[in-house]
Ligand binder design. Structure first.
Ligand code: ZN
Length: 380
Protein backbone atom coordinates (compact mmCIF):
# COMPACT_ATOMS: atom_id res chain seq x y z
CA UNK A 1 0.00 0.00 0.00
CA UNK A 2 1.29 3.40 -1.01
CA UNK A 3 2.24 5.84 1.73
CA UNK A 4 3.25 8.57 -0.73
CA UNK A 5 1.42 11.72 0.31
CA UNK A 6 -1.45 12.82 -1.91
CA UNK A 7 -1.21 16.28 -3.46
CA UNK A 8 -3.94 18.91 -3.25
CA UNK A 9 -4.26 22.19 -5.15
CA UNK A 10 -6.91 24.76 -5.97
CA UNK A 11 -5.14 27.45 -8.04
CA UNK A 12 -7.72 27.43 -10.84
CA UNK A 13 -11.04 29.03 -11.80
CA UNK A 14 -13.32 28.90 -8.73
CA UNK A 15 -10.76 26.95 -6.73
CA UNK A 16 -10.88 27.32 -2.95
CA UNK A 17 -9.08 25.27 -0.29
CA UNK A 18 -6.30 25.69 2.23
CA UNK A 19 -4.20 22.63 2.96
CA UNK A 20 -3.39 22.41 6.67
CA UNK A 21 -1.64 19.03 6.59
CA UNK A 22 -1.35 15.85 4.55
CA UNK A 23 -0.35 12.38 5.74
CA UNK A 24 -0.55 9.55 3.22
CA UNK A 25 -4.07 9.63 1.74
CA UNK A 26 -5.51 11.76 4.56
CA UNK A 27 -5.70 15.55 4.48
CA UNK A 28 -6.76 18.20 6.94
CA UNK A 29 -8.21 21.19 5.09
CA UNK A 30 -9.96 24.54 5.58
CA UNK A 31 -11.98 26.88 3.36
CA UNK A 32 -10.66 30.37 2.57
CA UNK A 33 -13.00 33.28 3.36
CA UNK A 34 -14.47 35.42 0.57
CA UNK A 35 -12.21 38.48 0.10
CA UNK A 36 -13.04 41.38 2.48
CA UNK A 37 -15.76 39.36 4.19
CA UNK A 38 -16.31 36.58 6.71
CA UNK A 39 -18.39 34.32 4.45
CA UNK A 40 -17.04 30.88 3.58
CA UNK A 41 -18.67 27.64 2.47
CA UNK A 42 -17.69 27.07 -1.19
CA UNK A 43 -14.79 24.68 -1.81
CA UNK A 44 -13.30 23.31 -5.01
CA UNK A 45 -9.99 21.49 -5.18
CA UNK A 46 -8.10 18.70 -6.92
CA UNK A 47 -6.42 15.66 -5.43
CA UNK A 48 -3.50 14.00 -7.24
CA UNK A 49 -1.70 10.67 -6.64
CA UNK A 50 -5.09 9.32 -5.67
CA UNK A 51 -5.53 6.22 -7.83
CA UNK A 52 -7.17 3.33 -5.99
CA UNK A 53 -6.53 4.88 -2.58
CA UNK A 54 -9.16 5.45 0.07
CA UNK A 55 -8.99 9.23 0.47
CA UNK A 56 -9.99 10.79 3.79
CA UNK A 57 -10.44 14.53 3.36
CA UNK A 58 -11.31 16.52 6.46
CA UNK A 59 -12.59 20.06 5.91
CA UNK A 60 -12.31 21.69 9.34
CA UNK A 61 -13.58 24.87 11.04
CA UNK A 62 -17.02 24.64 9.49
CA UNK A 63 -18.95 25.66 12.62
CA UNK A 64 -17.94 29.22 11.64
CA UNK A 65 -19.01 28.86 8.00
CA UNK A 66 -21.84 30.93 6.54
CA UNK A 67 -24.42 28.13 6.94
CA UNK A 68 -23.41 25.49 9.50
CA UNK A 69 -26.80 23.84 8.90
CA UNK A 70 -25.64 23.14 5.38
CA UNK A 71 -23.30 20.35 6.49
CA UNK A 72 -25.47 17.72 8.21
CA UNK A 73 -26.94 15.49 5.51
CA UNK A 74 -24.66 16.98 2.84
CA UNK A 75 -22.43 14.93 0.51
CA UNK A 76 -19.52 16.48 -1.40
CA UNK A 77 -19.65 16.62 -5.21
CA UNK A 78 -16.86 14.65 -6.92
CA UNK A 79 -15.72 14.13 -10.50
CA UNK A 80 -12.84 12.34 -12.18
CA UNK A 81 -13.53 13.52 -15.75
CA UNK A 82 -14.85 17.03 -14.86
CA UNK A 83 -17.99 16.18 -16.82
CA UNK A 84 -20.03 13.78 -14.68
CA UNK A 85 -20.39 14.95 -11.08
CA UNK A 86 -21.38 12.35 -8.53
CA UNK A 87 -21.35 12.47 -4.75
CA UNK A 88 -18.84 11.12 -2.26
CA UNK A 89 -19.64 9.58 1.14
CA UNK A 90 -19.49 12.48 3.59
CA UNK A 91 -20.27 12.96 7.25
CA UNK A 92 -20.33 16.01 9.49
CA UNK A 93 -19.18 16.12 13.10
CA UNK A 94 -19.91 19.47 14.75
CA UNK A 95 -17.61 18.58 17.66
CA UNK A 96 -14.50 17.67 15.68
CA UNK A 97 -11.86 20.36 15.01
CA UNK A 98 -14.32 23.30 15.00
CA UNK A 99 -16.85 21.42 12.87
CA UNK A 100 -15.52 18.91 10.33
CA UNK A 101 -16.86 17.45 7.12
CA UNK A 102 -15.12 14.13 6.44
CA UNK A 103 -15.18 13.07 2.79
CA UNK A 104 -14.24 9.49 1.87
CA UNK A 105 -13.70 8.48 -1.73
CA UNK A 106 -11.60 5.97 -3.70
CA UNK A 107 -10.82 7.30 -7.20
CA UNK A 108 -10.31 4.98 -10.16
CA UNK A 109 -7.85 7.41 -11.73
CA UNK A 110 -4.95 9.50 -10.54
CA UNK A 111 -6.93 12.72 -10.22
CA UNK A 112 -10.19 13.59 -8.53
CA UNK A 113 -11.94 16.95 -8.23
CA UNK A 114 -14.09 17.82 -5.23
CA UNK A 115 -16.47 20.77 -4.95
CA UNK A 116 -19.36 22.10 -2.89
CA UNK A 117 -21.52 21.68 -6.01
CA UNK A 118 -20.67 20.83 -9.63
CA UNK A 119 -18.76 23.98 -10.69
CA UNK A 120 -19.77 26.20 -13.58
CA UNK A 121 -16.50 27.70 -14.77
CA UNK A 122 -16.06 31.12 -16.39
CA UNK A 123 -14.74 29.29 -19.48
CA UNK A 124 -18.01 27.37 -19.69
CA UNK A 125 -19.84 30.66 -19.09
CA UNK A 126 -18.09 32.21 -22.09
CA UNK A 127 -18.85 29.13 -24.20
CA UNK A 128 -22.51 29.44 -23.23
CA UNK A 129 -22.68 33.16 -23.98
CA UNK A 130 -20.90 32.70 -27.33
CA UNK A 131 -23.19 29.86 -28.41
CA UNK A 132 -26.35 31.69 -27.37
CA UNK A 133 -25.27 35.05 -28.79
CA UNK A 134 -25.01 33.53 -32.26
CA UNK A 135 -28.39 31.78 -32.12
CA UNK A 136 -31.14 33.13 -34.37
CA UNK A 137 -32.92 36.17 -33.00
CA UNK A 138 -30.65 36.66 -30.00
CA UNK A 139 -29.19 40.07 -29.18
CA UNK A 140 -26.18 40.34 -26.93
CA UNK A 141 -25.12 43.30 -24.86
CA UNK A 142 -22.79 44.18 -22.02
CA UNK A 143 -24.81 45.75 -19.22
CA UNK A 144 -21.68 46.96 -17.41
CA UNK A 145 -18.50 45.67 -15.84
CA UNK A 146 -17.59 44.02 -12.57
CA UNK A 147 -15.07 45.59 -10.20
CA UNK A 148 -12.33 43.52 -11.82
CA UNK A 149 -13.40 44.41 -15.35
CA UNK A 150 -15.42 41.34 -16.35
CA UNK A 151 -18.50 41.90 -18.51
CA UNK A 152 -21.98 41.56 -17.06
CA UNK A 153 -23.30 39.59 -20.03
CA UNK A 154 -26.94 39.89 -21.07
CA UNK A 155 -28.69 37.84 -23.74
CA UNK A 156 -31.94 39.25 -25.11
CA UNK A 157 -34.53 37.57 -27.29
CA UNK A 158 -38.21 37.54 -28.12
CA UNK A 159 -40.49 40.03 -29.85
CA UNK A 160 -43.33 40.31 -27.32
CA UNK A 161 -44.35 43.13 -25.00
CA UNK A 162 -43.86 41.29 -21.65
CA UNK A 163 -40.50 42.21 -20.14
CA UNK A 164 -39.03 39.11 -18.49
CA UNK A 165 -35.78 39.25 -16.49
CA UNK A 166 -33.92 36.09 -15.49
CA UNK A 167 -30.62 36.44 -13.60
CA UNK A 168 -28.38 34.15 -11.62
CA UNK A 169 -25.27 33.81 -9.49
CA UNK A 170 -25.48 37.02 -7.53
CA UNK A 171 -24.10 34.53 -5.02
CA UNK A 172 -21.26 33.02 -7.03
CA UNK A 173 -20.91 29.77 -5.08
CA UNK A 174 -24.46 28.84 -6.11
CA UNK A 175 -23.28 27.26 -9.34
CA UNK A 176 -26.55 25.31 -9.80
CA UNK A 177 -28.04 28.65 -10.76
CA UNK A 178 -25.93 28.83 -13.91
CA UNK A 179 -26.69 25.20 -14.79
CA UNK A 180 -30.34 26.26 -14.56
CA UNK A 181 -29.52 29.13 -16.95
CA UNK A 182 -27.92 26.74 -19.44
CA UNK A 183 -31.12 24.68 -19.47
CA UNK A 184 -33.34 27.74 -19.84
CA UNK A 185 -31.23 29.25 -22.64
CA UNK A 186 -31.02 25.98 -24.57
CA UNK A 187 -34.81 25.77 -24.40
CA UNK A 188 -35.41 29.37 -25.47
CA UNK A 189 -33.01 29.23 -28.42
CA UNK A 190 -34.26 25.89 -29.75
CA UNK A 191 -36.24 26.69 -32.92
CA UNK A 192 -38.08 23.36 -32.62
CA UNK A 193 -39.31 23.98 -29.07
CA UNK A 194 -42.99 25.03 -29.10
CA UNK A 195 -42.87 26.55 -25.61
CA UNK A 196 -39.93 28.71 -26.65
CA UNK A 197 -41.63 29.75 -29.89
CA UNK A 198 -44.72 30.92 -28.03
CA UNK A 199 -42.75 32.59 -25.24
CA UNK A 200 -40.74 34.51 -27.82
CA UNK A 201 -43.99 35.81 -29.33
CA UNK A 202 -45.24 36.99 -25.95
CA UNK A 203 -42.08 38.22 -24.23
CA UNK A 204 -38.86 40.11 -24.46
CA UNK A 205 -36.32 38.15 -22.37
CA UNK A 206 -33.34 39.76 -20.65
CA UNK A 207 -31.08 37.03 -19.32
CA UNK A 208 -28.00 37.50 -17.13
CA UNK A 209 -26.46 34.03 -16.63
CA UNK A 210 -23.81 35.28 -14.20
CA UNK A 211 -24.28 38.47 -12.19
CA UNK A 212 -21.05 38.01 -10.20
CA UNK A 213 -18.17 36.84 -12.42
CA UNK A 214 -15.47 38.09 -10.03
CA UNK A 215 -16.79 36.07 -7.13
CA UNK A 216 -17.14 33.06 -9.44
CA UNK A 217 -13.47 33.11 -10.52
CA UNK A 218 -12.28 33.75 -7.02
CA UNK A 219 -14.06 30.77 -5.54
CA UNK A 220 -16.30 32.92 -3.33
CA UNK A 221 -19.50 31.70 -1.75
CA UNK A 222 -21.46 34.90 -1.50
CA UNK A 223 -19.69 38.14 -2.43
CA UNK A 224 -17.98 40.12 -5.20
CA UNK A 225 -14.33 41.23 -5.24
CA UNK A 226 -15.04 43.94 -2.65
CA UNK A 227 -16.73 41.51 -0.27
CA UNK A 228 -20.20 42.86 -1.04
CA UNK A 229 -23.21 40.54 -0.89
CA UNK A 230 -24.83 41.67 -4.14
CA UNK A 231 -28.28 40.54 -3.04
CA UNK A 232 -28.15 43.15 -0.28
CA UNK A 233 -27.22 46.00 -2.65
CA UNK A 234 -30.43 46.52 -4.60
CA UNK A 235 -31.74 49.55 -2.66
CA UNK A 236 -28.61 51.62 -3.29
CA UNK A 237 -26.15 49.92 -5.65
CA UNK A 238 -22.92 51.87 -6.12
CA UNK A 239 -20.34 52.13 -8.89
CA UNK A 240 -17.47 51.58 -6.46
CA UNK A 241 -18.85 48.64 -4.43
CA UNK A 242 -21.56 46.92 -6.47
CA UNK A 243 -21.39 47.99 -10.13
CA UNK A 244 -22.76 44.56 -11.11
CA UNK A 245 -26.12 45.34 -9.48
CA UNK A 246 -26.11 48.95 -10.62
CA UNK A 247 -25.72 47.79 -14.24
CA UNK A 248 -28.59 45.30 -14.01
CA UNK A 249 -30.94 47.61 -12.14
CA UNK A 250 -30.31 50.48 -14.58
CA UNK A 251 -31.11 48.15 -17.50
CA UNK A 252 -34.30 47.07 -15.74
CA UNK A 253 -35.29 50.72 -15.26
CA UNK A 254 -34.87 51.22 -19.00
CA UNK A 255 -36.90 48.16 -20.06
CA UNK A 256 -39.43 47.89 -17.25
CA UNK A 257 -40.12 44.49 -15.67
CA UNK A 258 -43.27 42.35 -15.83
CA UNK A 259 -41.79 39.11 -14.49
CA UNK A 260 -38.46 38.52 -12.76
CA UNK A 261 -36.76 35.42 -11.43
CA UNK A 262 -33.53 35.58 -9.43
CA UNK A 263 -31.92 32.12 -9.38
CA UNK A 264 -30.08 30.81 -6.30
CA UNK A 265 -29.05 27.76 -4.30
CA UNK A 266 -29.80 27.10 -0.64
CA UNK A 267 -27.24 25.48 1.64
CA UNK A 268 -29.51 23.98 4.28
CA UNK A 269 -32.96 23.12 2.87
CA UNK A 270 -33.03 19.88 0.80
CA UNK A 271 -35.83 21.02 -1.54
CA UNK A 272 -36.54 23.35 -4.45
CA UNK A 273 -38.64 26.34 -3.43
CA UNK A 274 -39.58 29.90 -4.31
CA UNK A 275 -39.42 33.00 -2.11
CA UNK A 276 -41.56 36.04 -2.83
CA UNK A 277 -41.96 39.67 -1.79
CA UNK A 278 -44.65 39.53 0.89
CA UNK A 279 -43.42 42.38 3.09
CA UNK A 280 -42.97 45.13 0.49
CA UNK A 281 -44.66 48.50 1.24
CA UNK A 282 -46.86 48.49 -1.89
CA UNK A 283 -47.91 44.81 -1.55
CA UNK A 284 -51.38 44.00 -2.89
CA UNK A 285 -53.42 40.82 -3.05
CA UNK A 286 -53.44 41.05 -6.82
CA UNK A 287 -49.63 41.15 -6.98
CA UNK A 288 -49.39 38.30 -4.48
CA UNK A 289 -51.92 36.37 -6.54
CA UNK A 290 -49.60 36.42 -9.54
CA UNK A 291 -46.81 34.88 -7.49
CA UNK A 292 -49.04 32.28 -5.86
CA UNK A 293 -50.46 31.26 -9.23
CA UNK A 294 -46.94 30.77 -10.66
CA UNK A 295 -46.00 28.56 -7.70
CA UNK A 296 -49.11 26.42 -8.19
CA UNK A 297 -48.40 25.98 -11.90
CA UNK A 298 -44.75 25.04 -11.36
CA UNK A 299 -45.69 22.59 -8.62
CA UNK A 300 -48.10 20.83 -10.97
CA UNK A 301 -45.57 20.73 -13.81
CA UNK A 302 -42.58 19.21 -11.99
CA UNK A 303 -42.25 16.90 -8.97
CA UNK A 304 -38.89 18.58 -8.27
CA UNK A 305 -40.73 21.68 -7.02
CA UNK A 306 -42.69 21.90 -3.78
CA UNK A 307 -44.28 24.53 -1.51
CA UNK A 308 -44.16 22.93 1.97
CA UNK A 309 -40.54 23.83 2.75
CA UNK A 310 -38.99 27.27 2.30
CA UNK A 311 -38.16 30.56 3.99
CA UNK A 312 -40.37 32.24 6.57
CA UNK A 313 -42.48 34.98 4.99
CA UNK A 314 -41.76 38.62 5.97
CA UNK A 315 -44.49 40.39 7.92
CA UNK A 316 -46.43 43.35 6.57
CA UNK A 317 -44.04 46.15 5.59
CA UNK A 318 -41.02 44.17 6.83
CA UNK A 319 -39.41 43.24 3.52
CA UNK A 320 -35.72 44.03 3.06
CA UNK A 321 -35.69 46.28 -0.02
CA UNK A 322 -31.94 45.75 -0.43
CA UNK A 323 -32.78 42.26 -1.72
CA UNK A 324 -33.39 41.92 -5.40
CA UNK A 325 -36.81 40.26 -5.42
CA UNK A 326 -38.27 42.76 -2.95
CA UNK A 327 -36.73 45.75 -4.71
CA UNK A 328 -37.89 44.62 -8.14
CA UNK A 329 -41.42 43.79 -6.95
CA UNK A 330 -41.69 47.16 -5.21
CA UNK A 331 -40.04 49.17 -7.98
CA UNK A 332 -42.00 47.73 -10.89
CA UNK A 333 -45.16 46.40 -9.22
CA UNK A 334 -44.43 43.13 -11.01
CA UNK A 335 -44.29 39.44 -10.16
CA UNK A 336 -40.79 38.79 -8.84
CA UNK A 337 -39.38 35.75 -7.11
CA UNK A 338 -36.23 34.05 -5.85
CA UNK A 339 -35.77 30.45 -6.93
CA UNK A 340 -33.78 28.26 -4.55
CA UNK A 341 -32.31 24.87 -5.46
CA UNK A 342 -30.57 22.62 -2.94
CA UNK A 343 -26.86 21.99 -2.48
CA UNK A 344 -27.85 18.71 -0.81
CA UNK A 345 -30.58 16.77 -2.62
CA UNK A 346 -34.30 17.01 -3.20
CA UNK A 347 -35.42 14.88 -0.27
CA UNK A 348 -38.82 14.27 -1.89
CA UNK A 349 -37.13 12.60 -4.84
CA UNK A 350 -33.57 11.76 -3.79
CA UNK A 351 -30.79 10.62 -6.11
CA UNK A 352 -28.14 8.49 -4.33
CA UNK A 353 -25.64 8.85 -7.18
CA UNK A 354 -25.75 12.59 -7.74
CA UNK A 355 -27.95 14.39 -5.21
CA UNK A 356 -29.24 17.59 -6.74
CA UNK A 357 -27.25 17.87 -9.96
CA UNK A 358 -26.44 20.01 -13.01
CA UNK A 359 -28.74 17.79 -15.06
CA UNK A 360 -31.72 18.39 -12.80
CA UNK A 361 -30.95 22.11 -12.53
CA UNK A 362 -31.09 22.33 -16.34
CA UNK A 363 -34.39 20.47 -16.52
CA UNK A 364 -35.84 22.76 -13.87
CA UNK A 365 -34.86 25.71 -16.07
CA UNK A 366 -37.02 24.28 -18.84
CA UNK A 367 -39.90 23.58 -16.46
CA UNK A 368 -39.79 27.13 -15.11
CA UNK A 369 -40.21 28.42 -18.67
CA UNK A 370 -43.08 26.04 -19.33
CA UNK A 371 -44.71 27.35 -16.16
CA UNK A 372 -44.10 30.93 -17.32
CA UNK A 373 -45.93 30.29 -20.59
CA UNK A 374 -48.88 28.73 -18.80
CA UNK A 375 -48.88 31.63 -16.34
CA UNK A 376 -48.90 34.20 -19.15
CA UNK A 377 -51.55 32.42 -21.22
CA UNK A 378 -53.76 31.98 -18.15
CA UNK A 379 -53.58 35.68 -17.37
CA UNK A 380 -54.62 36.68 -20.89
ZN1 ZN B 1 -28.17 32.86 -2.91
Amino acid sequence: MSTTPIQIDAAFDSGNIEVLSIAGATARLAIRKDAHSDFYQWFHFRVARAQGRELTLKITGLAGSAYPDGWPGYRAAVSEDRDFWGRADSSYDAGEDGGTLTIRYRPDGNLAWFAYFAPYSMERHHDLVAAMAEADGVDYRVLGYSLEGQAIDCLELGEGPKQVWLYARQHPGESMAEWWMEGALECLTDPADPIARRLRQLCRFHIVPNANPDGSCRGHLRTNAAGMNLNREWAEPSADKSPEVLAIRNAMDASGVDFAMDVHGDEAIPHVFLAGFEGIPSWTEVQQGGFDRYKAILKRRTPDFQTRHGYPVAGKGRANLAMSTNQVAERFGCTAMTLEMPFKDNDDLPCPAQGWSPERSKLLGRDCLGALLEWLEGAA
